[in-house]
Design a protein around this ligand. Structure first.
Ligand code: SF4
Ligand code: MG
Length: 327
């Protein structure tokens, strides 16, 4: 297994009290596989990813339990210096906002080239050639000229391609993309997502795709983990989820995707808001918003039930997963 997160817990100390951002998350990604992690903001999906990348464990955030096994090694036990070597070379991250992730006063060529001068000890000239090659690879037109331009001279979509090029530069085994297309308009979104999926296949990388939008993952993900209030509430192969969700929250997310064949139909929205993480509701954290909630949901935390019906492993943290799946 390339990456295995086991029973991860992360807390934040806030003025309101302890925010329990991640409460026992486990997931795994193989080489060449894409895992989509889905949920509204505040579900813990980004925080989990930051813990995996090792860019989180400093105040106010704290990893209180769990393991992050990368090719069998627990990254949480590494010294910061060893950790830094893993970051960039073996795993890289792509963020939503390319403009704030790129350095505004360096040309794109210098930033891409730096990956090779710093990490690979290349000469500036060779590094520049590599930068052009990467820009070609992510299909930025006129790479040879544009390599001299600054981030603000590129469109949002092109900037996100540059971010992908940066992440890919050292040919990492794992890429974590956190809402990589959220800031882009719909057509550009699809192009960037397609590029990412294509590179992922070509290099057989593991990809964790974090998104709040179930609509963008159908074509690219192999499996999905749905998060709510710091837990995984459903995990399944992607087509199983689209066929029939086994958790009311997933059903709500599916029903709120706009569909071409149902134009004019009023779009469903899950009522209410995700909970404040300093005061997660008892029992099933989703119960105040759940249309299927019963008395037991207010008191008993649902474990991740094994709901496997075919070969692929599948889990749902709902007491009434059968009713949801078959209802
Ligand atoms: Fe809804 Fe109860 Fe299932 Fe939670 S356990 S999702 S409240 S039915
Ligand atoms: Mg986020």
């Amino acid at each position: 297994m390339l990456l295995e997160v086991r029973d991860l817990h992360v807390e934040f100390h806030t003025r309101d009290g302890v925010a329990r951002a991640v409460n026992g998350v486990s997931y795994a990604v193989e080489a060449g596989e894409t895992l989509a992690v889905l949920g509204e903001s505040g579900s813990g999906k980004s925080v989990t990813a930051q813990a995996v990348m090792g860019i989180l464990d400093m105040p106010p955030g704290r990893i209180t339990a769990g393991e992050v096994l990368f090719e069998g090694r627990d990254l949480l036990k590494l010294k910061e210096e060893e950790r830094r070597k893993v970051r960039g070379a073996e795993m890289a991250m792509i963020f939503q906002d390319a403009l704030s992730s790129l350095n505004p006063v360096l040309t794109v060529g210098d930033q891409l080239g730096e990956m090779f001068t710093v990490h690979r000890g290349m000469s500036r000239k060779d590094a520049r050639a590599k930068a052009v090659e990467l820009m070609d690879r992510v299909r930025i037109p006129a790479a040879r000229e544009r390599v001299r331009q600054y981030p603000h001279q590129f469109s949002g979509g092109m900037r996100q391609r540059i971010m992908i090029a940066m992440a890919m530069a050292l040919e990492p085994k794992l890429i974590i993309a956190d809402e990589p297309t959220t800031a882009l308009d719909v057509t550009v979104q699809a192009q960037v997502m397609e590029l990412l999926a294509e590179l992922q296949r070509e290099f057989r990388m593991g990809l964790i795709l974090i998104t709040h939008d179930l609509g963008v993952v159908a074509d690219v993900a192999d499996k999905i983990a749905v998060m709510y209030a710091g837990r995984i509430v459903e995990s399944a192969p992607v087509h199983d989820i689209y066929k029939a969700p086994a958790h009311p929250y997933t059903r709500g997310l599916l029903d709120s995707i706009p569909r071409l064949d149902q134009k004019g139909r009023e779009l469903y929205a899950i009522k209410g808001l995700p909970p404040n993480l300093t005061r997660i509701p008892p029992g099933c954290a989703f119960h105040p918003r759940c249309p299927m909630a019963q008395e037991v949901c207010r008191t008993d935390v649902p474990p991740l039930y094994d709901v496997t019906e075919s070969d692929a492993e599948r889990g749902s943290a709902c007491h009434f997963w059968r009713e949801c799946l078959h209802g």
